[in-house]
Design a protein around this ligand. Sequence first.
Ligand SMILES: Cc1cc2nc3c(=O)[nH]c(=O)nc-3n(C[C@H](O)[C@H](O)[C@H](O)COP(=O)(O)OP(=O)(O)OC[C@H]3O[C@@H](n4cnc5c(N)ncnc54)[C@H](O)[C@@H]3O)c2cc1C
Length: 546
Amino acid sequence: MENFDYVIVGAGSAGSVLANRLSEDGRSTVCVLEAGPSDWHPFIHIPAGFMYTLVNPRVNWLYTSEPSEWTGGRRIAAPRGKTLGGSSSINGHIYNRGQRLDFDGWAQRGNHGWGYADVLPYFRCTERRMAAEADPTFRGSDGNLPITDLEWRDPLCEAFIEGAVQMGIPRNRDYNGAQQAGVSYVQRIIENGRRVSAARGYLHPAMKRRNLTVRTHAHATNLIFDGKRAVGVRYLKGGRNGTPVEVRANKEVILSGGAVNTPQLLQISGVGPAPLLKSLGVEVKHELAGVGENLRDHYAPRFVARVKDAETINEKSHGLRLVGEVLKYALTRKGILSLNPTLIYVFWKSDPAVDNYDLQFTFTPASYKEGVQSTLDDFPGMTIASWQQRPDSIGYVRAKSADPFTAPIIQPNYLAAESDRRVLLAGMKIARKLISSPPLQKYYEREEFPGIQAQSDDDLMTAAKQRGTTTFHLMGTCRMAPDSDPTAVVDDQLRVRGLEGLRVVDASIMPTMPSANLNASVLMLAEKAADMIRGRPALEAVTLKD
Ligand SMILES: Cc1cc2nc3c(=O)[nH]c(=O)nc-3n(C[C@H](O)[C@H](O)[C@H](O)COP(=O)(O)OP(=O)(O)OC[C@H]3O[C@@H](n4cnc5c(N)ncnc54)[C@H](O)[C@@H]3O)c2cc1C
C-alpha cells in the first residue's frame, strides 16, 4: 500500500488541472489514477482525428444513453474520453464559456463564490488567448491553454455568416467576451494545427515533477473509508483482470472521473440513494439521495442541405483529394485535417421577448451519414445543428451493478420538459432559415434532411426524434447546492456532504447547464478547486459594469 497526500481519480479535463496545481509546490505528493491509456495516439492530436476517437474503444468509454420518447426510442451514443486528458482528448476542441447569467445563477442558488465575477479570474487563468484584440477584462494571456481563432475561410462559411447578418444577427468578435450573442467563427484549443488537451496543457508539463505519480490503466473500483472519512482508493492495475492495488490519501481523495463515472464510483462505494444501493447489494456507507441525479445534456437536431457550385469538406475527404490533404497537413499543419467538427457558432433567441439568449447553432460545410459524426456523406453537403442552451429536462446516472466494469444506466430524458421542446422547435425554424438564407441560395441545391416536406411542428419534432444527437455535454450528477437542497451532493467547496476527505471536481458538480460546451467551465472550476484544496485565498473577483 502506498501513501500520497492527494489521490485523484481520473486524468481528464479537471484531473489534469488538479494534478498540475496540487503538485506545483514540489512537496505535496499527488497520485492520479487513470483507467485509460496514455494519450500517445496520433489521432488524438490531429484535430480531424475526432471522427476516429469518437468511436474508438481504446480511448473512449463508448457509453450509450437509454431510449426515451423524444429520441424516438433510440439509444444515443454518449462518448466519454478514456485516456490522459479524458474527454478533452477526444472533444470537438471548441472553447466556449457561456453567459454571465449562468454563473450568477449558480451563486443565486446559494453557492457562495461561484458568481460570474468570482469565476471570471479562473476562466482567465486557464487560457493564453491568441488574438490581437482580446479584452483583458475577460481574456487571459498567460494560462496553460492556447485559445486560437479558426483561420479557415470558404465561400459557404462566408455566405452563412452574411445570411445570419441579413437576418439581424450581428457579427461578434468575441463570444467569450462581454457578450455571447451573435455569429462568428469558432475559438478553439488548437495550436499549430494540433489539439491541446488538458493533458497536453497541464498534465504532461507537470509529469516531470517527482512528487506527481500518474498511473494509466488504473481503474478505480472502490473508495476506502474509515468511518465517514475517505482514506484511499482501490484500483485494478491493468483493467478488469488486473492486479488489485490500494493507494491511501493522507489529505484528500478527489473524484474527477466525469459526470458518468464519478456518480457510479460513489454509488458502488456505498455513497448515494439508499434504495438504489440496496438494490445493487451495496452496503450503504453514507446516504446521499442526489448522487447520480440532475443529469443534463444538450440535444441537437440537424438540417442537412445538398450543395451545388461550391466545394465542401465531404469531397475533400475522399480518394486522391484526401491524400493531398494528408500531405498538406504533414507539411503545413493546415487543410481539412486541421479542422474541428464545427466552424461557425451562432448564439440567438428563440423569441424576441426572451431576456437571455437561449439558442446555440453550429454550422459546418460538411455532412454526416445518418447524422452520425464519424462518417462523411458522399455528396457535397452542409449542416446546421441547434440546441436549447439551458435545458430543463433532468435525468440520471445509476449503477446497473456493483461491478465497476458494467456500464451504468444513463438516462438524460432528452426533451422531457415542454420548455425544451418549445425552444428546440423555435431553434429548428431559425436553423432552416439560416441554412437557406439568400446569400447561401447560390450554393443551396436542396434540403436532404429532414426534407422540405417536413413543415409542421409535428414533422419537425419527428425529425428531431429521428436524428437528434447529444452534443456531448453531460453534467450535474453530483450537484453543488446548499444543504437545504435535497439533491445536494457537494457544498460550495466541492466537499461531499456528510463525509470527510472527499471532494468531487469535474462536470458532475455543475448545478445547472452553462449556455456553452462544457470544457472551458470544467477547466475553470478545477483551477478554482485547486485553490480551495491548497487552502489558498480565491483569486480576486472582477469588478464588472452592469
Ligand atoms: C466527443 C466529445 C466532444 C466534446 N466537444 C466539446 C467541445 O468541442 N468543447 C467543449 O467545451 N466541450 C466539449 N465536450 C465536453 C467536454 O470535453 C467535457 O465536458 C469535459 O472534458 C469533461 O471533463 P471532466 O473532467 O468532467 O471529465 P473527463 O474529461 O471525461 O475525464 C474523466 C477521466 O476520468 C477517467 N476515469 C473515469 N472513471 C475512472 C475510474 N473508475 N478510474 C480511473 N479513471 C477513471 C476517464 O477515463 C477520464 O479520463 C465534448 C465531450 C465529448 C465526449
